[in-house]
Design a protein around this ligand. Structure first.
Ligand code: CTP
Length: 410
């Protein structure tokens, strides 16, 4: 995000009941609370007695800005029914960390403490239950836990994780709670409309790098941020997403399959390999149009008095045009990165490449930035998406794509 852009408030207006149960991952719940709060949610923390052994209610109160509830007999509640009141205005109950014991309780419908009572008493149709397991790998793998997890999923709970890796006990395996950042991403994604459920989306992103010799090459300023934001937005919208990325330093959005490539030819080959079965292709990559025809295998040395080497170039394959020509092509979306005469060039490019939709933007003004302003151009005309951060634009673009897919004759 640029310095001037406001912070993202993906959870503005949402009220989350955050339940903590006994586990060392309670320390991550502190950071999670801060992140939920920063994302605009109000957070009501509920702790079991076991959770209180791992983290203080004072910490959780300070971070959530609300008194923590721990007791089903809390006399501060006028009707003394904390277990009912807790979820009546909640958008979700998130149990993080969820211990093996607590998951077993949920599976049985047991309700012998405030948090399990609140989970059972929640209005099941409008207050979803999100569960982030956290336990030792043997406990996670145990058939009893797996049975309980399958049961709560069948009862409508959404499992977030667990992750795999180093465990507090020193062992390594499945059962770690997701990191707070990842959990926040999962919660935000949970609330996004599933506009692309059942769809498959293939995306290219970033620049390409065309070697001149082993130490030099031709590339451009594309950061890949827009393509990665579209991958995240499509995944949040329920699509199965494959991202073919040129050389960029960006984390892979959760749930997205990433294929790293370097050159235009490699990007072309990776796209064609991944293409069968894809419903949508979004080409955001700034593919180098030309590459050195014969890259040197050794570093080109400077000889005193010699003229600079001349590098002869050859054209790279046009990935988008290739895909758009196929008989069983997916719905193709291109990007036009221009420096001048934006709309004229973009209109021409859409027709030249034979694609239904192109997204026009000023390349030099957006490369590397966290925000952008774009114009969507299709056969019916033009539609501006005003300046916003790239994830907001990506979500708007995903909605536009979903709308056009739904309108297509079957
Ligand atoms: N594109 C592609 N393969 C290429 C060149 C471009 O897939 N070899 C795709 C881009 O990902 C983008 C669209 O085509 O979706 C337009 O890219 P852009 O660089 O703006 O246009 P070019 O076709 O390269 O034309 P020009 O450089 O002349 O503007």
């Amino acid at each position: 995000m640029t310095d001037t852009a406001p912070p993202r408030a993906d959870l503005a207006g949402r009220h989350i009941v955050l339940g903590l149960t006994g586990g060392i991952a309670c320390y991550k719940a502190a950071e999670l609370t801060r992140l939920l709060h920063k994302a605009g949610a109000t957070v009501q923390v509920v702790m079991t007695q076991a959770a209180e052994r791992f983290i203080g209610a004072v910490t959780m109160q300070a971070l959530s800005g609300r008194p923590v509830t721990t007791d089903q007999w809390d006399a501060r509640e006028p009707n003394n029914m904390a277990h009912i009141n807790l979820t009546r205005d909640a958008d979700a109950v998130l149990v993080a960390p969820a211990s093996a014991d607590f998951i077993a309780k949920l599976a049985r419908g047991q309700a012998d403490d405030l948090l399990s009572l609140a989970c059972l008493a929640r209005p099941i149709a409008r207050c979803p239950l999100l569960v982030a397991p956290a336990m030792n790998r043997e406990m996670w793998a145990h058939p009893a836990t797996q049975r309980n997890v399958a049961q709560i999923a069948a009862d409508g709970a959404t499992l977030l994780g667990p992750d795999s890796g180093d465990q507090a006990c020193g062992e390594v395996g499945d059962g770690r709670m997701l990191e707070p950042d990842d959990l926040l991403g999962e919660v935000v994604a949970f609330f996004q409309p599933k506009l692309l459920a059942g769809q498959t989306v293939l995306i290219t992103a970033g620049p390409t790098f065309e070697p001149i010799d082993p130490v030099r090459g031709i590339t451009n300023h594309s950061s890949g941020k827009m393509g990665f934001a579209i991958a995240r937005a499509a995944s949040e919208a329920g699509a199965e997403v494959t991202l073919v990325a040129g050389p960029v330093h960006l984390p892979t959005p959760r749930g997205v399959r990433r294929i790293d490539v370097k050159t235009a030819q490699q990007m072309h080959d990776a796209v064609l390999r991944a293409l069968p079965g894809q419903g949508v292709f979004v080409a955001t990559a700034a593919v180098a149009d030309w590459r050195p025809a014969a890259p040197s295998e050794t570093k080109i040395k400077k000889q005193r008095g010699d003229a600079p080497p001349s590098i002869s170039l050859t054209e790279s394959p046009d990935i988008l045009a290739t895909v758009a020509c196929l008989a069983d092509r997916p719905y193709c979306v291109g990007f036009a990165a221009e420096s001048h005469d934006l709309l004229r060039h973009a209109r021409e490019k859409r027709e030249r490449k034979g694609i239904p939709l192109i997204v026009a933007n000023l390349g030099p003004a957006t490369f590397g930035c966290d925000d952008n302003a774009v114009t969507l151009i299709d056969a019916d005309g033009e539609h501006e998406l005003p300046r916003a951060d790239k994830l907001t634009l990506a979500r708007a673009l995903v909605a536009e794509i979903a709308r056009r897919l739904a309108a297509q004759p079957r």
